[in-house]
Design a protein around this ligand. Sequence first.
Ligand code: GLU
Length: 492
Amino acid sequence: MRVRFAPSPTGFLHVGGARTALFNWLLARQSGGTFVLRIEDTDRARSNEAMTDAILRGLGWLGIDWDEGPFFQSDRVGEHTAAGHSLLAGGQAYRDFSTPEELARDRANIAALAGEATRAARRRAEALAPGEAEERAEAGEPHVVRFLVPEGSTEWKDGVHGPMRFRNQDIDDLVILRADDSPTYNLAVVCDDAHARIDMVLRGDDHLSNTPKQILLARALGFPVPRFGHVPLILGRDGKRLSKRHGATDVAGYRHDVLPEAMVNFLALLGWSPGDDREVMDPDEIVRRFSLGRILRKGSVFDADKLAWLNGRHLSRMDLAKLEPIVNTRLAKLRHGAERAVQDRRDWYGGLLDMLRTRARSVDALARTVLLYLPGEIAYEPAAVRKHWKRRAEVQEYLPALRRTLDGCEWQSKPLERALRGLAAEFGVGAGRLIHPLRVALTGQAVSPGIFDVLYYLGRDLSLDRIERALGTLAEGEAKLQAATSGRPAPA
Ligand code: GLU
């Protein structure tokens, strides 16, 4: 199976494009076929190299690799034009000398002419005397070349929607060569798909109306007609076509937060279902299970919560060795030198990541939590402070006692736990009365992994420092505490 992804580099790699690329890649990988990448850069005014690079990088990030290309459509303009001329020579296309006024009148009459409007240009061309079109073209009179859409109907068995049929009378005599002899999109695509021996074109529903035109053109040119499949649109939560209004649609925008495995998983489920309730899948499994027959016929909704959930699942289960460098890249961005600090303590870091990742839903959040376990300032979450440092006098009594008791311990979670529980018993309170304020002192937060693991991974010095600092903050009273929770500088 030879399939292709043919983006126009007029924007970044957006979610819909990435999904089209992925589905084609899946078909190729699962059938041992060939995935061809073609950049449709013929719209010079709107295409640029930066966009092409962004698309290639986006695919690279997702792990969507191509076997042939990238080919550039603009490299074959000469062939496309020649194909247009061959249709002209064979009487399957005609020169259209319509003036802008005539074309405007055609458009205005479209409703009245009921389906015949698109033939107005053809009728004007037929009215010319024999040889007149060639003479006027040679004399340099501006004109376009239109494809002469044959009678009848055009049918295909769509890989997603099943049998499809268009009446040819509803299909415009489309322009194939512009006034400057440059080929238009449909002609170029047909030539390039044939040249690359593409046998399956899988793309978005927005191309449905192009398909009968491309089938007719391929036949007229004597090219084999590929199979076609059209994947339904991706919708926003409001049921409208997904657009920037719904949030980030540029795939690269998710790079800092989302794992490529999670994005691939998410994109695969946008319009395809494996047929059971399994949702969390690695690319290999998706390659094995993907099938055209299970592409959904209805549009699917882009659900950012589901993406975050899948990301959390993949963060929890992926190979730690693969996760580390991803988190490290983020760490380096968040705090200079942080990535080196963790790399120097490999075993510790592996254990820490393994503990933290089960709660994280984004790479950024995971990296930020890692920072809590490195020396440095922490911020106290206002809600955590309000809830767990409410009885300030009590906290000011417990924390110093905890500091003393823990300091005398072997720094492993079991002995730390025994010591804390012993201390709680001495105070005659439940362990939670000590644990909650301690958690705020250590992490600034109300939620964390088990407190004894937190202590263990912070280590003795940092844990005791954090308790000390919390006591300092508490001693300085309300103003300091408010400053510490708001991130504003403390009053002098
Ligand atoms: N270049 C077209 C686009 O980006 C796709 C062409 C095709 O898949 O046939 O929409």
